[in-house]
Design a protein around this ligand. Structure first.
Ligand code: ADP
Ligand code: MG
Length: 574
């Protein structure tokens, strides 16, 4: 196949334009992105080689190499990892398949053209490989997939088109040559051919990468070195390894800075924002493992879509085994990212085996409890942070009220709900219970589509009149869990739309009872008449104590489904 020229997808073109004219202040991160991709590629190759003896790939010296040429103003990032086939290059590099980037563009459209907004969004979503164009005016990627004989060269200046060409003599893995923009090499601060600069960037962003990141030694940088001086093969210096490769999760807390944790988070999550919370866990004893978990600061766009990849990375004795290990994290904590490194698992362990492994199940439980207890601590220690957490992930977490009975109390304990008590601030159940009126035995709630529909419901009248607080539940999942989580702190949940409401003190109740008996007699003929008229529509017609303004309302029996659920079932054709 000869050289083919392709046009970038529209979205990709927009993104590249932004990179080329980037006003993003922190350009150094392009190297973090390229190193992160190279590291992933090495992980993938080691795994594939482990599973497939016939792959025929050389895995003896897996590493990342940085090479510079100040005269030609180029920086090369090379790895001998899995590489890409020609089709993969076109698919992965020419289009925007990455969901993070897709949502980035969506938000960008909404934000308009303001450069401040753009800056913020770049920082939030990250743009992976394309960030190369922040510092380069031409990028050449040469790659050969392990096990294949031919390689592929991809070249672009980021201006609308790219070329793809098949080549015969490409080494296994991927090398990316950046032709650096002139402006950057003139400015000392942004000279990416400077060993000093590269050392600093790698140390800051990629120190924990488990593969060596090497910088080839250049002949000593003497300005007046003779032009024709041949490097002496005998005295050629060893390449320098720039990163410490220390697994952060295996080091004690006081040896690691928050920034280092955050960089690891960014590498595994492909997020460019710092996490909200970092969670460490070291389990000793018969089944030893270390975990480093992160709660992101914002929910990904696809959190509620099918196919969302949940789970943490699994390592066995420092060797990367798999991404998205769902056996280690419950569905309702699918937003948690991180690394779990177990000492006593086989390197060949499969997803199927993991699902059944008893030790893994114990780990799963322990990790879930640890995340929940961290959120609980956050509530008291960092209320602002907790508020962010709840806004971003509350809806997902509540799924656990159905799926994880063992942790139901813990989940209720860290949950917040909209309430009639405060228009803007949600309330925790503990706060609700503290505010309960004398004689109030239950936690009252009403479900509905929006705060407004609930507040306008006639069911609310008696509660409003008496100043009794009601939780306003508007998430679809609320409808279901309230039926299964009958208690918090010994108090039952009661829908204000269900059955008899008994509000008030004993004395008030007695008085009300007497009044009611009298009214009952007085209105008996009317009720009988109405019941007969509405026989096909309702089970029963009775006098109500719940209304103060509206003349009538429809209620369901205490054990019946609510009107909203009835609608839901009807919509589902049941
Ligand atoms: P992301 O890493 O978030 O998927 P990138 O834009 O950084 O997004 O990379 C896009 C894809 O291109 C990667 O997912 C990977 O499949 C492929 N890729 C990038 N760099 C390499 C590399 N050095 N070796 C192999 N594949 C790579
Ligand atoms: Mg990437």
């Amino acid at each position: 196949m000869s050289t083919e020229t392709f046009e970038f997808q529209v979205e990709a073109r927009q993104l590249l334009q932004m990179m080329i004219h980037s006003i993003y202040s922190n350009k150094d991160v392009f190297l973090r992105e390229l190193v992160s991709n190279a590291s992933d590629a090495l992980d993938k190759l080691r795994l594939e080689a482990l599973r497939d003896d016939s792959l025929g790939a050389d895995v003896s010296d897996l590493h990342i190499a940085l090479e510079t040429d100040p005269q030609a103003r180029t920086l090369t990032v090379r790895d001998n990892g899995i590489g890409m086939s020609r089709a993969e290059v076109v698919e992965l590099i020419g289009t925007i398949a990455n969901s993070g980037t897709a949502s980035f563009l969506r938000e960008l459209k909404e934000a308009g053209d303001s450069s401040a907004a753009t800056q913020g969004l770049i920082g939030q979503f990250g743009v992976g490989f394309y960030s190369s164009f922040m510092v380069a005016d031409e990028v050449t990627l040469l790659t050969r997939r392990a096990g294949e004989s031919q390689g592929t060269r991809w070249t672009s200046s980021g201006e609308g088109t790219y070329t793809v060409e098949t080549v015969d003599d490409a080494p296994q893995g991927t090398s990316i040559v950046l032709r650096l923009k002139p402006a950057d090499t003139e400015d000392q601060l942004y000279d990416y051919t400077s060993p000093w600069k590269l050392r600093e960037i790698v140390k800051r962003y990629s120190d924990f990468i488990t593969w060596p990141i090497r910088m080839a030694a250049r002949p000593a940088e003497q300005p007046d070195a003779e032009a024709d001086a041949e490097p002496d093969p005998g005295t050629e210096a060893e390449p320098e390894t720039l990163n410490s490769m220390k697994a952060l999760w295996a080091r004690s807390r006081d040896e690691v800075t928050d920034e280092e944790y955050h960089e690891l988070y960014k590498h595994i999550s492909h997020d460019w924002t710092d996490p909200l919370e970092t969670i460490r866990l070291q389990a000793e004893g018969t089944f030893e493992y270390q975990a480093l978990l992160f709660i992101p600061a914002h929910a990904p766009q696809d959190l509620f879509l099918q196919g969302y990849k949940r789970g943490v990375q699994l390592y066995v004795k420092r060797v990367f085994i798999m991404d998205d290990c769902e056996a280690l994290m419950p569905q309702y904590l699918r937003f948690v990212k991180g690394v779990v490194d177990a000492q006593d698992l086989s390197l060949n362990v499969s997803r199927e085996i993991l699902q059944q492994d008893r030790q893994i199940q114990l780990m799963h439980r322990r990790l879930a409890k640890k995340v929940l207890s961290t959120v609980k601590d956050m509530m008291s220690a960092h209320p602002e942070r907790y508020a962010t957490f709840w806004r971003e992930f509350g809806r997902v977490l509540k799924e656990g009220l159905l799926g994880d009975p063992e942790n139901r109390d813990a989940i209720l304990g860290v949950s917040s709900f909209a309430t009639t008590h405060d228009k803007d601030q949600p309330t925790t159940l503990a706060q609700y219970v503290e505010r309960m009126k004398d004689g109030q035995e239950h936690i009252y709630y009403l479900t509905g589509e929006s705060r407004q529909t609930i507040e306008n419901s006639p069911h609310m009248e008696a509660f409003q009149a008496r100043g009794i607080e009601v939780l306003l539940l508007t998430d679809p999942v609320d409808e279901v869990w309230v039926d299964t989580a009958p208690q918090f702190d010994g108090k039952e949940f009661r829908s204000v739309a269900k059955g008899e409401v008994d509000l008030g003190t004993e004395e008030e109740k007695q008085q009300a009872d007497t009044e009611r008996e009298q009214q009952q007699e007085q209105y008996a003929p009317l009720l009988t008449w109405m019941a007969a008229q509405l026989a096909d529509q309702v089970k029963e017609v009775r006098l109500s104590s719940r209304l103060t303004v509206s003349p009538a309302c429809v209620v369901t029996d205490t054990h019946d489904v609510t009107p909203a659920l009835e609608n839901l079932y009807r919509a589902m054709g049941q």
